[in-house]
Design a protein around this ligand. Structure first.
Ligand code: UD1
Ligand code: CA
Length: 454
């Protein structure tokens, strides 16, 4: 089936007063990503010809988040119908289907929108398709009034009669228009209602008055949940995380305690990955098949190779690539560091701006001194290197393949291949020193006690 061309309008002009925030509502994050970006990603998944975002005056940061998509400014908040009308100059000539979405309903799924677009293309040729839903508590949602000919009208809660309020089928908000008839409909919307606003929902009545059909398509309530407050933001975050956790498990990962694992929208977790409790995946993380992520690890911008073992309590920061079968243990931090296959850093280390070869062992407490207060420098470590415990590697510096570094050494120059570097004071033993020391101290203590007695 060849699909009609599609365009999307995303309404994002609302200030979100109840968020009590300097940040426009649609920029508040879910899974670390602004809500608007979630909506745009879903819209993009439908391959529309064009996406137009409606913003409020002075919302430059929203326009920036919307880029490369076009934005139009709704000059004053005169209602959802007025907001859609603001997009008209960019879509006037568009003859395909036009979907209306909202920047503050980030959980909408492409399948749900797809079913609306499908309904638009049916033989009945509805001018408007509206997503309906049946929430357990219909509350203040607009109600869909249906009859034999499909959808007849949408009535806003404030304007609804008690009988209409008793109806369970609610307006989820999303609409699909026939682009060719859309602007004639939007033009016909007035503001004679309880709020004195131009309601997009009146599109249905206007279309019917023109003799055109309208239809309702029921979808999941979850897809239509919106954010008006910080509490609702937290509630949607939970739902979003639930979706990510289920997807990871469906994909073949084991999450020992799913409720404590946090994902970003772009987290990629392979098969047979084992994720322990209390793990956080920030943006840009890939974990390859069979890796084990133990409890309390934190990841951002990192790739973890197949079969690697990370944590507990490890932190993988941006630019980290850990090879196959590597071991990264407790309280080890990697930043902008590439570690080749089979290497280990098992305890208490900071490895920043380093290239580490394969089969290398980084001893407990090893630190790369990558920053001189002005610039960052790299540490290069070859294959099969053994770095002793508590070593300090002052970058830029190179440890060539097969070399050894003695424990507690400070490395400031190249360690040649297959050599041992030791840089610390030589040990001196004073035989019989301890009894002499103890005798002297006991005598001092006794003298002090005698002096006090008097
Ligand atoms: C809207 C529907 C209601 C439906 C509900 C579902 C209308 C008139 N009512 O009500 O039937 O049950 O959604 O959640 O459409 N916006 C603008 N410019 C404006 C007004 C709104 O951009 O002038 C944006 C808001 O930022 C928001 C969205 O449009 O993202 C919806 O507006 P809102 O005022 O929240 O509508 P509801 O009262 O929730
Ligand atoms: Ca709303």
């Amino acid at each position: 089936m060849t699909r009609r061309p599609l365009a999307c309008i995303v309404l994002a002009a609302g200030k979100g007063t109840r968020m009590k925030s300097a940040l426009p509502k649609v920029l508040h994050p879910i899974g670390g990503m602004p809500m608007l970006k979630h909506v745009l990603a879903t819209a993009e998944a439908l391959n529309p010809e064009r996406i137009v975002v409606v913003v409020g005056p002075g919302m430059d940061n929203v326009a920036q988040a919307a880029a490369p998509h076009a934005t139009v400014v709704q000059e004053r908040q005169a209602g959802t119908g007025d907001a859609v009308a603001a997009a008209r100059p960019l879509l006037e000539e568009f003859a395909g289907d036009v979907l209306v979405l909202y920047g503050d309903t980030p959980l909408i799924r492409a399948e749900t929108l797809g079913s609306m677009v499908e309904a638009r293309g049916t033989a009945a040729d509805p001018a408007v398709v509206v997503m309906g839903m049946r929430p357990a508590d219909p509350g203040a949602y607009g109600r869909l009034i249906t009859g034999e000919g499909g959808l007849e009208r949408i009535v806003e809660f404030l304007d609804a009669s008690p009988e209409e309020r008793a109806l369970g089928l609610c307006n989820a908000g999303f609409m699909a228009f026939d682009g060719a008839r859309m602007w004639g409909i939007i033009e016909g919307i007035g503001n004679a209602n309880a709020k004195g606003e131009y309601y997009l929902t009146d599109a249905v009545e206007v279309a019917r008055a023109k003799g055109w059909n309208c239809a309702a398509v029921e979808g999941p309530v979850e897809d239509a949940l919106g954010v008006n407050s910080r509490a609702e933001l937290a509630a949607l975050e939970k739902i979003f995380q639930g979706r990510m956790r289920r997807a990871a498990m469906e994909n073949g990962a084991t999450l020992v305690d799913p409720d404590t694992v946090w994902f970003s929208p772009d987290t990629v977790i392979g098969r047979d990955v084992l994720v322990g409790p209390n793990v956080f995946f920030g943006p840009g993380v890939v974990v390859e098949d069979g890796a084990e992520i133990r409890a309390f690890c934190h990841f951002e911008g990192a790739r973890i190779g197949a079969g690697a073992q990370i944590g507990p309590y490890a932190r993988m920061r941006p630019g980290t690539v850990v090879g196959e079968g590597c071991h990264i243990g407790n309280f080890v931090e990697l930043k902008n560091t590439v570690m080749a296959n089979g290497s280990k850093a098992n305890h208490l280390s900071y490895l920043g701006d380093a290239d580490i070869g394969s089969g290398t062992n980084i001893g407990a407490g090893t630190i790369t001194c990558n920053y001189d207060g002005f610039l960052k420098h790299r540490t290069t470590i070859g294959d099969g290197v053994f770095v002793g415990t508590h070593s300090t590697l002052v970058a830029p510096v190179t440890l060539e393949s097969g070399s050894y570094v003695a424990a507690a050494t400070v490395i400031t120059r190249t360690v040649p291949a297959d050599s041992l570097a030791v840089a610390r004071a030589r040990q001196e033993n004073k035989e019989g020193w301890a009894p002499r020391f103890r005798a002297r101290k006991l005598a001092e203590k006794a003298a002090k006690a005698a002096a006090k007695k008097g």
